[in-house]
Each structure stands twice: as C-alpha cells, then as structure tokens.
Design a protein. Structure first.
Length: 429
C-alpha cells in the first residue's frame, strides 16, 4: 500500500496546472451510455482511480473503452453494451458508480446495480434517486443490496428534491433525456459540474435548460449520439493549489483555472491575507507572504462553501493566527481528519457539527492516515507546512481524485515521495 513521505517547511514557487474535474468526468463517462451510435471522446481526463473503476463497470457491460493516460484522453463506444448490471465488486469502490442507473434505464429500460460505496464521510442515501426514477415511470426494487429497475418507457414528470443532491440531479437529467415528454427538476443542485454535464448532454442531442439554477427542464428526445468534449478544470483541485501556496507562504501561477467557480473560496482566502489575481488566459497568481489570519465558514450546497474543501481549509486554519470555526452541514462524518491534524500539532476541538480551530505557530511532522479523498488532501497541505518529516498512509484515497499530485507539488519546490514499504522490503531482500 503506497504512502507519502513529506518533508515540510519548503516554500512553493513556480507554475502548476489544474487537471479535469473528477465530479464532472465521471457523470460524462456514465452519460456516454446514452449514445446509441458513435464513439465518445473526452479530453483532459486525469488518471484517477475512479475513472479506472467506472471504465471497468462499463466494460463489464460490453462497452469498448480505450484510455490514453499519458495524453489524458478516453474513448468510449457504448454501441456494444449488452449487459445492464453494475457488479458489487466495482460499485463498492465509489459512490459515483450509481450514476449508470439513469442512462441505462433511459436507453435500455432496465438496470441492476449494487448499493454504492466510496468515502466513509457519512450517510448518503440513494432514496432520492430511486424515488425520482419511480416518478419517471420505472419500477424499482431493492433485493439483498441490489437495486433492480425496469421500465417499458420513461415518461416526463415534475420532481421535487428534498435536498439539492448532486448525483441525484445528474441521474435524473440523464434518465430524462430519452424519456417521453418534459421533466422538471425542482430544487436541483446548482454546481458548475451540473452545468458541465448539461452542456455535454446537449451536445449529444439532449434538450436541457436551466442547468446551474435550482430549476432544470429536460425535454425528451428520441436518440442521442456520441460527441467529443474537453472536460473543464477541477475547482477543488484549483483551491488545493491555492492552499498549497498559502500554507507555505509561497507564490504560484495556477494554470487552467475558472475563478468564477470558486468565488466564495477565493473570498475566504483573501480574508486570510492571500493575494489572488486573475492574470488572464485562465491563469491565477496566488501569493502569501505573512502568517494567515483565521476565518470561520459553513459548508453549504453551491454556491455556498464546498464541503469537499472543508478538510483543506481546516489545515490552513491550523496554522493561521486566531481562532476559526468550521461548521459542516452536508456530511455528519466529515471530521475524521481532525484527529490526524491534531497528531501534527494542530489544536482542534469538535462538538457535534462544528470544529473550533485555534491556530498554532507551527505544525510538526508525524505519521498520519487519510480517511477519505479530501481528508487526504488536507493532510498533504498540513504536512507541507509542518516542520520535519510526515508519513501519510492510505494515499489510495488521494489517488481517487488527484492525479500525480506528488509530481506536480515537487515541480514547484515541495518534497513529497511516494513509496511502498512492502515493495521496498522485497527489493532489499
């Protein structure tokens, strides 16, 4: 099992590029199922473990996939799909695998999928997905941990979501594309990744309006075709590199950025004393010269502060001057990184859904363990600022959403080494 060895205290400086957004790419790969003919080509696809997982799921169904990791291009031919089952062995690895149920129902009228797994950050029920698919005319049953759905033809409906679920909105959008009539989603998720998927589906031939707002309408079409598409950059990875510059009092030019997707995060950075300047051509200058100032924040659905950046922001608060409060409203178990940050010398106390972070002068290197994807990213940031050496275990979590993160950090002055203790022992025997 790979680990990271991080020598902290090094100021980052130089240029670093943001790659494609995982939470936009995975739905697009699932949406390729809707293409009755042609080969879907998606560019700017990093080598994420989750991309490999969802690709294997589609291949199990009969799809033909060619993934050029070096050039970050994936080609998908779903004309050859002949099975409609997503097996537990793969689905258990990530929640986003549940996204295949919508397009499978839309195109083939049937789907079987195990209940999804993924990061252990709290209960994320798929009940809203199931209820919505039922409203569209599917008969859905759960048997021994497997969701089985069938329909003689989906029909448009008005669906009111209890909560603006990200994956739920995407599943409904994809299922409704080939439904008979018009579907309206009320209280839809508004994230940029939702708009990204809608743009992708519209290019395939769908008729979707209102994506990016709380009301989305989908007018069903008869068929959809494969397209070529360039995935937008990840806003969370963008914020990660902003944070890497800030926590090391460094200066980075972050390339391939869309600042409009990160307004609330950028505002918090500026409040902390970080200089953020749009230099044009999708490049952003990020610079910090003094100790950061503490801020408080509350996670909330977009355009609120993203829960996916809560662990990283908490790493920044750990070394900031003053006291900040992080309130988590999305996932009840998203403070598992706190004990690991405290192992590095942070001073954080949790009560219910709030974490009080009293900034310390400096962190100290220590062995820590990633509990989930973004928690791992937060630990990397803390280790970059810590004095001495830190070891981060279970970096496979980080690999789910960050491609070659150690290489890109090292290119701007960090010292992050990936190693596998078992392989090194065998090599030395």
């Amino acid at each position: 099992m790979d680990k990271f060895k991080v020598i902290g205290g090094k100021r980052l400086e130089g240029e670093v590029e943001v790659f494609g957004v995982k939470n936009g790419i995975l739905p697009m790969i699932a949406a390729s199922i809707l293409a009755g003919r042609g080969k879907t080509i998606i560019r700017n696809v990093p080598n994420f473990r989750d991309v490999i997982t969802i690709s294997k799921i589609l291949q199990e169904m009969g799809a033909e996939i060619n993934y050029d990791k070096d050039n970050m291009v994936i080609e998908i031919n779903c004309e050859t799909i002949e099975k409609y089952l997503a097996p537990y062995e793969m689905v258990k690895q990530m929640r986003a695998s549940f996204l295949v149920i919508g397009p499978l129902l839309g195109r083939f009228g049937q789907a079987e999928i195990s209940l999804p797994g993924g990061c252990a950050i709290g209960a994320r029920s798929v009940n809203m997905h199931i209820d919505a698919l039922g409203a569209l005319g599917a008969k859905v049953a759960q048997e021994e941990g497997v969701i089985k759905a069938k329909t003689d033809g989906l029909k448009g409906a008005t669906i009111h979501l209890d909560f603006p679920t990200h994956t739920g909105t995407e599943n409904i959008m994809m299922a409704a594309c080939l439904a008979d009539g018009t579907t309206t989603i009320i209280n839809a998720a508004c994230e940029p990744e939702i708009l990204e998927l809608a743009n992708f589906l519209n290019k395939m031939g769908a008729k979707i309006k209102g994506a990016g707002t709380s009301v989305i309408t989908i007018e069903g079409v008869k068929q959809m075709s494969a397209v070529e598409y360039y995935a937008m950059p990840s806003r969370i990875e963008t914020a990660f590199f902003f944070a890497a510059a800030a926590i090391t009092r460094g200066e980075l030019i972050v390339k391939n950025t869309i600042l409009s997707n990160l307004e609330i995060v950028a505002d918090k950075f500026r409040q902390m004393g970080v200089k953020i300047v749009d230099t044009g051509n999708n490049k952003t200058l990020v610079k910090a010269t003094k100790r950061l100032r503490s801020v408080s924040f509350t996670t909330w659905p977009y355009p609120g502060f993203p829960t996916d950046f809560q662990p990283q922001m908490m790493a920044l608060l750990s070394v900031a001057k003053g006291t900040g409060v992080a309130k988590e409203t999305i996932f009840e178990n998203r403070f598992m990184h706190v004990q690991e940050l405290n192992r590095l010398g942070a001073n954080i106390r949790v009560h219910l859904d709030e974490a009080v972070v009293i900034g310390v002068d400096s962190l100290r290197g220590a062995p820590v363990m990633a509990s989930d994807l973004q928690a791992g990213a937060g630990l990397v940031l803390a280790a970059l600022a810590a004095e001495g050496e830190s070891t981060i275990d279970r970096v496979y979590h980080i690999d789910r959403g960050y491609d070659r993160i150690e290489e890109r950090l090292n290119s701007v002055g960090a010292s992050v080494k990936r190693f596998n203790p078992v392989k090194e022992v065998k090599k030395n025997e």
